[in-house]
Design a protein around this ligand. Structure first.
Ligand code: ZN
Length: 262
């Protein structure tokens, strides 16, 4: 824990068994236990995200079903620390809808992070994915998506008002400028701080000044990126403590569809 703040990571990817998922550029952590040890040691209090194994040319839904099952298993094992996000795939609409129904009944409220480029599709606004996302919305779930193309995400938000979308990775300044405008335009659009962006000094203050702190969620993308760099990125920028509380935990707790954790 970090004194004064409860810190929730809205964007991480737990490590399951080696044959189900390993995403660690330099080799560690390579198991579930070490994954959570690193999370706790870095000062996090809770986390959320999907188990991922890239499947760039999927023949069927099986690899997605397998990682979803692993995520749910890990959630049961670490209920005080982790909430899973399941993945859907617009190449397999029927399977995806069944998956949503199944896990929603089990209490899952988060979808994603979805990572199209490693899952065989590219759009967040195709008729197939809109059909799936309309059910996500109707079930009151929130969807986390890998950094979208601005035009594509605008199409999604125009088509499905009422859907809560947390987009990932603010990016470099030209993209941040566009994304801030999108967040002002669409009440259901949020951004998480994982990946490229927060290491540019002043980026977070700009986002907070432009959109308000209620639009920004803390995230790390661990074990792809460094947790502590993200935490201190938020602690060190010139924003208010109220803004930090919203970013570190308040906004996630409002969007996660569950009672306050821990
Ligand atoms: Zn990610």
């Amino acid at each position: 824990m970090i004194e004064g703040f409860r810190i929730i990571d809205a964007h991480c990817h737990p490590i399951a068994e080696p044959d189900v998922s390993i995403i660690n550029a330099y080799g560690t952590p390579d198991n579930t236990k070490d994954f959570f040890t690193e999370m706790r040691n870095a000062g996090l209090d809770f986390c959320c995200g999907s188990v991922i194994k890239p499947d760039r040319e999927p023949k069927d839904f099986s690899s997605f079903a397998r990682t979803n099952a692993a995520g749910y298993r890990i959630e049961r094992e670490y209920p005080d620390f982790y909430q899973t996000g399941i993945r859907i795939n617009p190449l397999f609409v029927k399977d995806s809808l069944a998956e949503l129904e199944k896990y929603h009944k089990l209490g899952v409220t988060w979808v994603g992070e979805l990572v199209p480029y490693s899952s065989g599709y590219s759009s967040y606004s195709s008729p197939e994915i809109l059909e799936i996302f309309s059910v996500v919305r109707d079930l009151g779930m929130t969807v986390s998506v890998h950094s979208p193309d601005e035009e594509d995400i605008a199409k999604l938000m125009e088509n499905l008002p009422g859907l809560n979308v947390v987009a990932a990775h603010p990016g470099e300044k030209p993209r941040v400028m566009l994304r801030v405008e999108l967040m002002k335009r669409f009440p259901g659009l949020y951004w998480d701080l994982s990946g490229t962006g927060l290491f540019r000094w002043g980026m977070l203050k700009y986002m907070v000044d432009q959109c308000g702190p209620e639009k920004i969620l803390f995230g790390t993308d661990f074990p792809i990126c460094n947790i502590a760099m993200q935490i201190y990125g938020v602690l060190s920028e010139h924003i208010s403590d109220e803004a930090r509380v919203a970013i570190f935990s308040g906004n996630f707790e409002r969007l996660c569809g569950r009672k306050k954790q821990g």
